[in-house]
Design a binder for this molecule. Sequence first.
Ligand SMILES: [Zn+2]
Length: 192
Amino acid sequence: MPQTLPTETLATLAEVGKDLYQLGLVTSHGGNLSVRVPGGMWITGTGTMLGRLRDRHISFVHTAGHHEGTSPSSDTLLHSTIYAVTGASAIVHAHPRHATALAFDLDLFKPPDFEGQLHLTDVPVIGPGPLQLERIAGALQSRLVCVLRGHGAYARGATLWEALHWITALEESAHIEVIRRSIGPIRSDTAP
Ligand SMILES: [Zn+2]
């Protein structure tokens, strides 16, 4: 039976996509979103603009692999794998610039701020390569968000809003870390 995208699901996809774009967490055509539902998932189409999502931009991918509607995101297999190995119901992929910049030289990002430590604990950085898909999904079994070095971040949640929260928490912590590093050690005395 053909799938009908519920109005509320479209509204949430569009609002989260718009937030990601307006917060500078994706380029005009970057990133992707999905929501797991019985029988498959709703996922943004390949090359769609997250800040301007309409129903024609959303694909339904059945659990068996075939899809209805527009061509699904090139990350569809990754989303399926994440759903298969975690209890997640939603996934957000974005390109947070400070987190991506820091991840070039880290294997594990430890948020310097209490908020980041509380929510994220730490953030694994996955190196690109033939096993990146399995490694990203594996990292998200125990963590809410991870970074693919040289690319961007993947967050999972019970809802899209929750996954958005983890992406924004990661980027806030990474931005704080970049500022902290740019300031360098602060001298406690002012003597010449
Ligand atoms: Zn990407």
